[in-house]
Each structure stands twice: as structure tokens, then as C-alpha cells.
Design a protein around this ligand. Structure first.
Ligand code: IFM
Length: 764
């Protein structure tokens, strides 16, 4: 199979405005949800003075680092969890004559880079000059296989430009705790170095390692194979590797390829005890194969991905490229083993310690739920695997019942050192329940609901029953949820955050909605869920206090929001953005300044029967006081703007959101992609410009394309079927591609898309 390179799928260096090396390390990362490899300088990636964060991330492979608190109160997390950065598999040592890249400083200039998103292959050319002036081109091709998630391949080509001489290639990886010279004066970055141990596994004919963590007690096995012309060696200092020496001729290219097999994560004892067994399984994956055939197998999986998940935009090539990069990056980051999900930075950096947040459920999963539901399911099952921890966490913190999911975590335990913007974001519980219901509404997957989903729904609803209470407000008995932090992180520990209460209300209602089907089942016995408890939940949902300012016709972000000091953002010095890096948190919390969409989030997530004027008031009130310092914000305002027909603003916000990483618009892509923002951009298209509303009873599409676009095309799954939508300014074409079809409301009218009538062309 040969895949023709389609220019629309290439991230070519020339197209990028920034050429800053750390930014490029992120943008040109390759990954597959199990691993991610940053795009380091291949000759210097293991140099202690190298400025950057080169290396390999394995999703879920982390260690604990004790938090040092000035004042530590009960139940603060003892430890941070930080994703480990393993050695840099791109690193290679090249000796030209008597000059050695590991000792002498070779000058490495990037000539060109291209990431082919169709195949997942990164192709790079470097011009390398030795101190004595010998020049050679180093061509590097690499990929993380989507077919075989353990496999990473790299191929080096060497072409002498101005010399004939002996060249020696040495590929050794003998360290794990690599220093980073990245200066991180930013609360969003974890710059811990790592604290792993690397043991060589004796001698099975290729370099193989057991890498273990100290505190989290994890282990993984890793091995790599070289193409035939390389010799396996083990030197006096016990370093295993490959080497070869040859006489290089000017203008002649010689290639060397390596396939890494990077194992799954095991408990440390198992990893030690069964090392041989795990190793032989890993060997299987790279034996009797080569770079090209593994790349082709992986490229085929990428092709399938694009077939089902691509979004085609006519008339806006820049946005087109950005959205493709976003979808590509999301797919590169998605955990596929039910024990992991998507870190906020994907597997492209150690920003936020590699933690998982609500970003996954609210901003990224919708894309997967509609286009690769089986993958969304796996990531939701990850949450199920942390349910016991969430139950334990709730009781440890003093609640009688319910699950209190971690605000940010890898292993399920909360890892937020700063609880006002961390653990206090209890909306995470309802966010997870929301994503479960959304997955269920899109797939009708009963088995998932009974085996995993409903239990989470019940336990998160119990959380809100425990955390909230009744109070008299404006002469009425209301269910209130006090002392929480909503999505907006420039307000903290507030009473009755509209978004949180709204989400909790729906979480509580879900229990009754699905209760009947679980009556007298083993699950209901396990949950010990009585009719009385369900009634109380439903009652609390009905009595939920949702603060509203009638005069302004706005949903109030929280109960006392109107009392906070007003700030005109136009008067704030632009060098003070993002504000979180310049102001004490209290100076933000006491004002009406927002970091990100908050009230607007509930309008976006619950669009059914929305009130145009009300949404417009919310938008016009909240947008001017929002800094959009969070990359999750603009796409949400774009959706709201589309719904209230502020088309120019919608496009402006959307186009800024969609380019968050490719244009480095938050100036910190160096620390990793903003995976939530990339997913939010897809939502901007799906819920915004295409106008999709799905409330299980009806699937509706009400498009409103930006004037810059001639057309929009995408596919998605609904129940057992797959559809393709092609939208023009005044026409929707819907095609049933598989399955039996369903009823839909398209541009205000009802249609029945069936096998017999699989295509409809609707003028609107
Ligand atoms: O989850 C987000 C939060 O909403 C804003 N601060 C960063 C977090 C991780 O992306």
C-alpha cells in the first residue's frame, strides 16, 4: 500500500509562524495514546545542558512527589502525581572521523520538518556540522504505531555533504532521570525531573530494560531492535546498545532503523517477577518486521480514523489545517486501555503534571463519543476504575456517602495542591455523569450503563446530596450547594455556582431516569438504592437553587456575584495577561472578572429549548468580563455567539480557539498541547456552526455556517448508525452510511432517514 501525500494533511515547518524549539518539540510530538515522544534535537536530546523537555511519556506511568505545604490542613493530598519522562528514543550518537557528537558540540540546524497526519509519520531533515567543518544531512523519520500501540519506530539516514570518512553510529539508552533546563516560572508546569530506576535485563540479544518507579511502584519493560547491519553490544560499563561503523561517501545515504517496543504498565512486583514473559511478548511485536511495514500498518489505522472523523471545511484552508491538527492530536493522546484517559496536555508535555481533568469529559470526549464511541467508552471505564478511590475520598473528607472524584489526577487520587481551584471544583462529579449519559444517548449501550455508567451516576448524585443541603432562600426551601468553585478559576469557593448546581440537578435526575431498568437487579442490591433515596434526589433536583438576576435577565454565576467589585478589562494593562500569573488569587476572586466560560457552559451543555434573549443577555454580560485566559473559553463563547446570531464574533472566537496550539496563541504550547481546547474547537463546529442538539428524544441540526466557509462536512455515529452531513449555506445533505437510520429534525423540519431513503437534501 502506498498513500499519496495529501498537502491538506501536512504540518510543514514553513507553515508555522513560530520556530521556537520547545514549541516545535510539542507540535511535532508523535503518539498513540499509550506513548508520546517529543520532537527533540536527535543528537542532543540527552545532553544535561539541553534546553527542552525531550523524552518519552507513557500514559499512566507516573510517580509521587511529596507536596511541601507551608500550612498543611487535614486531608490535603500528601503527594503530587507527575507523569514520568523516560529516555529520549530519538537520541543517537554519531562519530565522524574522530569527532563524536556525544562529546564535541555538533551544530544541528533544522532544515525541514513535516508531520504527515495521514500516516502519522514525522519526517525531518537536519544539517549537522562538526567542529572541524564536516557537514552531513541527518534525515529522521519516526512514528508511534496506531496499529500496535507498544511500537515506536525511528529511522535515521546519513548523507555526507562535504567529506568521505569513517562514520560510527551508536544507539544506547542508559539513563532515565533526565534533567531539564526548561525554566518553569509558571504554576501550570511541573518541572520535576523524575525519580525512576533503569535496570538492564540480561542478555537476550537486544537492549532491554525494566524501568521502575519508586513510590507509585510501577514497572514497565522496554526493548528495541535495530536493522540487520547494526551490531548488538554490551560494553564494560554494562551499557547495552547497537553500533556500526562504515566508510561514508559524500552524497551517499545510508539508513539505520530501530523499532522500540514499549510495554504496558504493571505493578512493580509483577514487572520484576514476570519480566521475561513480558519481554518475550514485547519482542514478538518487533520481530520479523521492519519500519516500513509497521508504518504502513499504522497508516492504515490513521486512514480509517480520517475516514470516520475528519471535518472538511470548504473555503478556509487555515482553519481546515488547524482542525485537522486538533483531531490528529486528540487521537494521538487518547488512552486506549481502560486504565488511562487524556491528560490536559495529551502525551506531548509535562504541563499540569500529566493530570487528567474535566477537560476530558466535557471538551474532548464528545468528539470521540460521536466519531469513535468504542474509544470514548474505554476512557469512561477509566473513571469507573477510579470509582472506589472516589468513594473512599468522599468518606475520608467527611461525607457519609457518594463518590468525590479527583479534580486532577492520574491514579484516581486528587493531586491538587491548591484546593480552592482544585478539589473545590466538585462539578467534576457531575461532568463525569454528564459524559456517561451523553455516551449512552449517542450509543444506547445498555451493557455499559449497567456495568459501569449507572453506578457512577448514582454515586456522584449521592455526593451532591451529601455536599449540598436545604436552606431558605427568598422565602422558598431550596437545595443549595455552597462553597464550591465553578469552571471559572478567577472565582473560588463560592455559594451556588450556577453551572455546578445545574449540572448537579441533572446528575440527580439521571438516577430516577434510569432507575426502573435496574429495579431488583444485582446492581440495585449492590448500590442499596431505595425508592426513598431516589425520591429525595429527584426532589433535591426540583428544588435546586439556580441564582438568577431578573433585572439583568442573566443567570448569576454564583449567589453573591453582583456584590463583587467591577473591573473594566479594557483598563487592565495587556502585559498583565494571563492574570493568574500576575495577581494574587484573592485580587481576582473578589472581582467580577472571569478567566473562562462559566455560566455560558451551562447554556452550551443544556441547549434544549434555549431562550434567545436570555442567552444573549448572558453572553453580553459575561463576555466583556472574561479574559479567556483559559484556552477552554473561546470555543464556548463561539458556540453561544452562533446561537444568538453574532456571526462575526462567533467566527472570530472560533478561529482563535481552533489555532490555540498551531499558532501558540497562549504562548505555552512548549509545555504541551491544550488538549481540551483542541476538543472544544470540534465542539465549536458540531454544536456551534452545525447547530447539533441531541437530547435522546430528538437529534436536531440547525446550521449557521460562517460566511468564510463554502461548506462543512463531517461524519458521526448515532445509535447503531453512521451519517455523513454536508452543509452549505442554504442546504443540508444527510446520508446514512450504515445502520438502520433514525428520525431527525433538520433545519426545523422532521425527517426519517432510513435504509430505504438513506439520503435527504434539505434546503433551508
Ligand atoms: O481544567 C482546566 C481548567 O478549567 C482551567 N485551568 C486548566 C485546567 C486544565 O486544562
Amino acid at each position: 500500500m502506498r498513500i499519496e501525500q495529501n498537502p491538506e494533511f501536512q504540518i510543514h515547518l514553513q507553515k508555522l509562524q513560530s520556530k521556537e524549539p520547545l514549541f516545535l518539540e510539542t507540535i511535532y510530538s508523535v503518539g498513540n495514546g499509550h506513548i508520546g515522544v517529543r520532537d527533540s534535537n536527535p543528537l542532543q536530546g540527552n545532553n544535561p545542558n539541553y534546553v527542552g523537555t525531550p523524552g518519552l511519556f507513557v500514559n499512566g506511568f507516573y510517580d509521587y512527589y511529596p507536596y511541601k505545604y507551608g500550612e498543611k490542613y487535614p486531608n490535603y493530598p500528601e503527594n503530587n502525581q507527575v507523569i514520568n519522562r523516560l529516555f529520549d528514543p530519538r537520541f543517537i550518537r554519531i562519530i565522524v572521523g574522530d569527532e563524536d557528537s556525544a562529546v564535541d558540540s555538533f551544530d544541528v540546524e533544522t532544515v525541514d520538518k513535516n508531520l504527515d497526519m495521514q500516516t502519522g509519520m514525522l519526517h525531518e531533515i537536519f544539517a549537522v556540522t562538526t567542529p572541524e567543518g564536516k557537514i552531513f544531512n541527518l534525515i529522521v523519520q519516526s512514528f508511534a504505531s496506531l496499529q500496535e500501540l507498544n511500537v515506536y519506530g525511528i529511522r535515521y539516514g546519513i548523507v555526507p555533504v562535504n567529506f568521505d570518512d569513517n562514520v560510527e553510529i551508536i544507539k544506547v539508552h542508559d539513563y532515565v532521570n533526565q534533567a531539564t533546563n526548561q525554566v518553569a516560572n509558571d504554576v501550570r508546569v511541573d518541572d520535576v525531573k523524575g525519580n525512576m530506576q533503569l535496570d538492564f535485563i540480561d542478555d537476550n540479544g537486544q537492549p532491554s530494560y525494566l524501568i521502575t518507579t519508586y513510590k507509585s511502584q510501577q514497572g514497565l519493560i522496554l526493548t528495541f531492535q535495530a536493522s540487520e547491519q547494526m551490531d548488538y553490544f554490551k560494553d564494560d560499563t554494562n551499557h547495552w546498545g547497537y553500533r556500526t561503523k562504515y566508510f561514508a561517501k559524500k552524497g551517499t545515504q545510508k539508513e539505520f532503523e530501530f523499532l522500540f517496543s514499549i510495554g504496558d504498565i504493571h505493578p512493580l512486583v509483577n514487572a520484576r517477577m514476570y519480566a521475561d514473559q513480558y519481554l518475550s511478548a514485547l519482542n514478538e511485536k518487533v520481530r520479523d518486521t521492519n519500519f516500513d511495514s509497521e508504518l504502513m500498518a499504522s497508516a492504515q489505522v490513521w486512514q480509517t480514523f480520517w475516514l470516520h472523523s475528519d471535518v472538511k471545511i470548504g473555503g478556509d484552508p487555515e482553519v481546515q489545517l488547524c482542525i485537522r491538527f486538533n483531531l490528529f492530536s486528540l487521537n494521538q493522546s487518547a488512552g486506549r486501555n481502560e486504565m488511562t484517559t487524556i491528560p490536559a496536555k495529551g502525551l506531548t508535555g509535562n504541563g499540569y503534571g500529566g493530570h487528567y481533568f474535566w477537560d476530558t469529559e466535557i471538551f474532548m470526549l464528545p468528539f470521540f463519543t460521536y466519531t469513535q464511541p468504542e474509544l470514548a467508552k474505554k476512557m469512561l471505564i477509566y473513571r469507573y476504575h477510579t470509582l472506589d478511590i472516589a468513594l473512599k475520598q468522599a468518606t475520608q473528607l467527611g461525607l457519609k456517602k457518594g463518590a468525590w472524584f479527583a479534580w486532577q489526577t492520574i491514579n484516581g487520587y486528587d493531586a491538587s495542591a491548591y484546593w480552592p481551584a482544585g478539589l473545590a471544583q466538585v462539578h467534576i462529579n457531575a461532568d463525569i455523569a454528564f459524559a456517561i449519559e451523553q455516551y449512552y444517548e449517542v450509543t444506547g449501550d445498555d451493557e455499559f450503563l449497567s456495568n459501569y455508567g449507572y453506578e457512577i451516576i448514582v454515586e456522584t448524585a449521592r455526593f451532591f446530596m451529601e455536599y449540598g443541603n436545604y436552606a431558605d432562600i427568598e422565602g422558598k426551601r431550596r437545595f443549595v450547594i455552597d462553597r464550591v468553585t465553578g469552571p471559572d478559576e478567577y472565582s473560588a469557593v463560592v455559594d451556588n455556582n450556577y453551572f455546578t448546581n445545574h449540572m448537579a440537578k441533572f446528575n440527580l435526575r439521571m438516577v430516577a431516569k434510569y432507575a426502573e431498568r435496574f429495579e431488583n437487579t444485582e446492581l440495585s442490591r449492590k448500590l442499596n438504592l431505595s425508592a426513598e433515596e431516589i425520591d429525595k434526589m429527584t426532589q433535591a433536583a426540583n428544588d435546586m437553587y439556580l441564582p438568577f438576576d431578573k433585572e439583568k435577565n442573566i443567570k448569576l454565576q454564583y449567589q453573591n456575584f453582583n456584590q463583587m467589585a467591577e473591573v473594566n478589562l479594557k483598563n487592565v494593562d495587556t502585559s498583565k495577561f494571563p492574570m493568574l500569573l500576575h495577581f494574587h488569587p484573592l485580587m481576582l476572586y473578589r472581582t467580577q472578572v472571569n478567566k473562562q466560560a462559566d455560566v455560558i457552559m451551562s447554556d452550551i451543555l443544556f441547549p434544549q429549548g434555549f431562550d434567545f434573549e436570555q442567552l444573549k443577555s448572558n453572553y453580553e454580560f459575561y463576555e466583556p468580563i472574561t479574559t479567556h485566559d483559559s484556552s477552554l473559553s473561546k470555543a464556548m463563547f463561539a458556540i453561544a455567539a452562533t446561537r444568538i446570531h453574532k456571526d462575526a464574533e462567533a467566527y472570530r472566537f472560533f478561529s482563535q480557539a481552533v489555532q490555540t496550539d498551531l499558532q501558540n496563541s497562549h504562548h505555552n504550547t512548549a509545555n504541551g498541547i491544550h488538549a481540551g481546547s483542541l476538543g472544544a474547537a470540534w465542539e465549536g463546529i458540531f454544536y456551534g456552526f452545525a447547530g447539533v442538539v441531541n437530547n435522546a428524544e430528538y437529534f436536531t441540526v440547525n446550521p449557521r455556517l460562517p460566511e468564510q466557509w463554502n461548506s462543512l462536512q463531517f461524519r458521526f455515529h448515532l445509535y447503531d448508525s453512521e451519517y455523513r452531513f454536508t452543509i452549505y449555506e442554504h442546504e443540508i445533505i444527510v446520508e446514512l452510511l450504515s445502520g438502520k437510520g433514525t428520525k431527525m429534525k433538520l433545519a426545523g423540519s422532521d425527517y426519517n432517514i432510513t435504509k430505504e431513503e438513506p439520503k435527504q437534501e434539505i434546503k433551508y
